[in-house]
Design a protein around this ligand. Sequence first.
Ligand code: GDP
Ligand code: MG
Length: 597
Amino acid sequence: TPLSHIRNFSIVAHIDHGKSTLADRLIQETNTVSLREMKEQMLDSMDIERERGITIKAQTVRINYTADNGEDYVLNLIDTPGHVDFAYEVSRSMRAVEGSLLVVDSTQGVEAQTLANVYQAIDADHEIVPVLNKIDLPATDCDRVAEQIEDVIGIDASGAIRVSAKTGVGIHETLEAIVHHLPAPKGDRDAPLKAMLVDSWYDSYLGVIVLVRIMDGVLKKGDRVRMMQNGSVHHVDRIGVFRPAMTTVDELGPGEIGFLTASIKQVRDTRVGDTITHEKNGCAKALPGFKPAQPVVFCGLFPVDSAEFEDLRDAIEKLALNDASFSFEMETSAALGFGFRCGFLGLLHLEVVRDRIEREYDIDLITTAPSVVYHVYMRDGEMTELHNPADMPDLTHVDHLEEPRIKATILVPDDYLGDVLKLCQDRRGIQLDLTYAGSRAMVVYDLPLNEVVFDFYDRLKSVTKGYASFDYQLTEYRQDNLVKMSILVNDEPVDALSMMVHRDRAEARGRAMVEKLKDLIPRHMFKIPIQAAIGGKVIARETLSAMRKDVTAKCYGGDATRKKKLLEKQKKGKKRMRQFGKVDIPQEAFISALKMD
Ligand code: GDP
Ligand code: MG
């Protein structure tokens, strides 16, 4: 296909605004797959993604389209990941295409995630075609939403296409707009090969499958290619495109998007954003903007049943095969035994991995409180990264600490604005901006990531009854007065409960923690002091009073089976407890105690 007849695009949208449904319709309208073959929402393949309505791996499809002018076009759609944790992956996918469809639900309007993604598209110099979806619904208000797009995003929405991805209205117009409003890709067929690695995933039959966008040159089966980041050389054994089923082709030329396989064993060897060229006569300069994946949120994953440690190791290693941005190392905790300290791109990424271990591998997990990565500057000038509050070095050697800050954008109906401002303020937020678009406010806050990783989403949802939308990006590391707070149960520190807090909030947080733990830890036969401390100094204290714990007492000695049942029940209950010193701490305590109200 000549470059002039190729169009590469992505679809940007807030969750549930109809991205997948629209993609399905475009595929269906062009008979790329027959209706019978088409599974609903075929672009979202993983179960969890489908359930949560998010896309984690970019999916791609090549569509052949004969336009009204009689010419045949090749349209390549890259479905970008739908969540902030994957912002870097989104930015790479955006660099692989020239245009975007901006899909906005015409009954809802612009949301925080729409903004985040559309700014990525603007950064990548995309031509943007606004699409107002769900016009079949009675609540549709295209004029209002078009005006909002112009006000908030600042792009012309007068020619926005009015679509119902459900009924098919406007789909033909959308295809015509892709052909006529989006630019053709550029590239030089005779130049050395320069291809961008857009995404990669592991397939148990083919090994790692690498999604590429060819910028210059031609890629053929049998070529020897070099990954410019790590210098590794691979023999390409297969190239092809997605229709959406994998279909092999003879070559991929400039402007084309497709895949290659090269007997690569793990996705770690294929970094998103890397440049692929030929081993001989390669291109001189790699594409700009490569960034290695950096985990920003860490937590400990421990098996509830310590006998499942090896199963957990197996599960984690398998998941890591397919996820280059997920890191792990073994961790031992006095409270929780053997487990793993794992790093994630963000909270959602953490949840996805945890859910998969519990569901696909059937292992019950204790997840310790998520923690961000702190920069610890020692008195000798050296900086170390702190991934686990339990590893905080002795304060006498520490000069100062820095924590990651984020820029958070929240869109919320007026009525709930007060509650949102209060929430952000309570989390050490600094207000950067407050503007209105119709009856909704857009607030921008500078917040410590640390204050967001616990339960910010949940709190935001509950104070706004689910009407707020939220998005964030990491901005910088900044110094603040941060300290490690330890929790002592029965005078012994429980490492899994230690956390980093701001000094000004330590007393309040410490008090809340010990009060909660007092409710969460069952009474024992002896008195149990529960304390929060900074260094050697106790800042909050509660005492759990003693109790005679005799569950069979009320059976009056008579009924032996009932007695046995009760004892069994108690034993089972114990399984979800962790013994610590002489004290049993239930699993829930580790998570609940770290949530703030
Ligand atoms: P995504 O999260 O952006 O991929 O959104 P989906 O494509 O999964 O759509 C979210 C929900 O909206 C689904 O229940 C769709 O069936 C529904 N939906 C999508 N487009 C339309 C439309 O044009 N009209 C109506 N009534 N519902 C739609
Ligand atoms: Mg979707």
